[in-house]
Ligand binder design. Structure first.
Ligand SMILES: [Zn+2]
Length: 291
């Protein structure tokens, strides 16, 4: 199918987020501060004494099976890891939950100041020279949530990406659904890229994006223990089919837009930028806006 006008496509796909009538709040919520009993910086001590190797049983923030239709719960994400290499995050936008989850500190929207929107691109298996050239030419602020295993395969590309103004943030080592692993593994998955990206690129990641959007309280806790300040979700998705926003409306100030480093990225990004400019929105840096 050709890339139809996005807004129409969004309306056509509108059933997914039906009933989401919430207003559009500004969305900065820091991860909880560590308490005196919070995990320290080593993986072994990041596990509370009461923890087991099983995922937390608390159902409140875990993801549900993807077969469940959208409801008033937080977004549903597939918890089945894809075969690699692939662009692999669930394309489901937030559903009817309020954009900011004040309990867990998840960020669904950035500040709306200056009509800002925030371009985030995930995974990293398919680096794009054309996207790099676009960034070098226009200084487009792009935040890449990268899988460490993918970064290692194209390290020179990602160094050029950073040199062009790109920001690299944490999308785990190997992209597991974190709600299905032990707390020690959660910590390992969050913490390892922080250390390696600092070494490779000179900047320490402060933002994380959970693979598949799979989060619960333990995932949040281990992210904080690893050193992350926010976990970033998204309010709009752009892929080969077009764009879908959380409420199926037009792109709005504050939207955090999710794309993937897949072979169609340059085309998808170009079409997104046309919409952004037509709507008088401004791409801005998400890490800067949240700092
Ligand atoms: Zn991903």
């Amino acid at each position: 199918m050709k890339f139809a006008p996005w807004l129409l496509l969004g309306i056509m796909m509108g059933g997914l987020a039906a009933g989401c009538g919430a207003t559009h709040p500004t969305a900065v919520a820091k991860l909880p501060k560590p308490s005196s009993t919070a995990p320290s910086s080593t993986p072994s001590s990041s596990i509370p004494p009461s923890s087991t190797t099983s995922p937390p049983a608390t159902p409140s923030k875990t993801t549900s099976p993807p077969t469940t239709p959208p409801s008033s719960r937080p977004p549903k994400r597939s918890s089945t890891p894809p075969s690699r290499p692939t662009s692999s995050q669930s394309k489901t936008p937030p559903s009817t939950q309020a954009p900011i989850d004040h309990v867990t500190g998840l960020v669904w929207f950035g500040p709306k100041t200056n009509n800002a929107v925030y371009i985030t691109i995930d995974d990293g298996w398919f680096p794009s020279q054309r996207v790099l050239q676009l960034m070098q030419r226009t200084h487009l602020p792009v935040t890449a949530f990268l899988i460490k295993d993918a970064v290692q395969e194209h390290l020179s590309y990602w160094k050029a990406f950073v040199a062009a103004g790109g920001i690299i943030e944490d999308h785990t080592v190997s992209h597991p659904p974190l709600t299905s692993v032990s707390p020690a593994e959660m910590y390992y998955q969050w913490h390892t890229p922080i250390v390696d990206y600092k070494s490779w690129f000179g900047a320490t990641p402060t933002l994380g994006r959970p693979p598949y959007g799979a989060v619960n309280s333990e995932v949040m806790k281990e992210a904080q223990a690893a050193g992350l300040q926010h976990l970033i979700m998204w309010s709009a998705v752009v892929d080969a089919k077009g764009m879908q926003t959380w409420n199926n409306g037009p792109l709005q100030p504050g939207d955090i837009i999710l794309l993937h480093w897949d072979p169609g990225l340059y085309t998808e990004l170009s079409k997104l930028l046309a919409v952004i400019h037509a709507d008088h929105l401004t791409p801005e840096s998400l890490p800067q806006a949240l700092s």
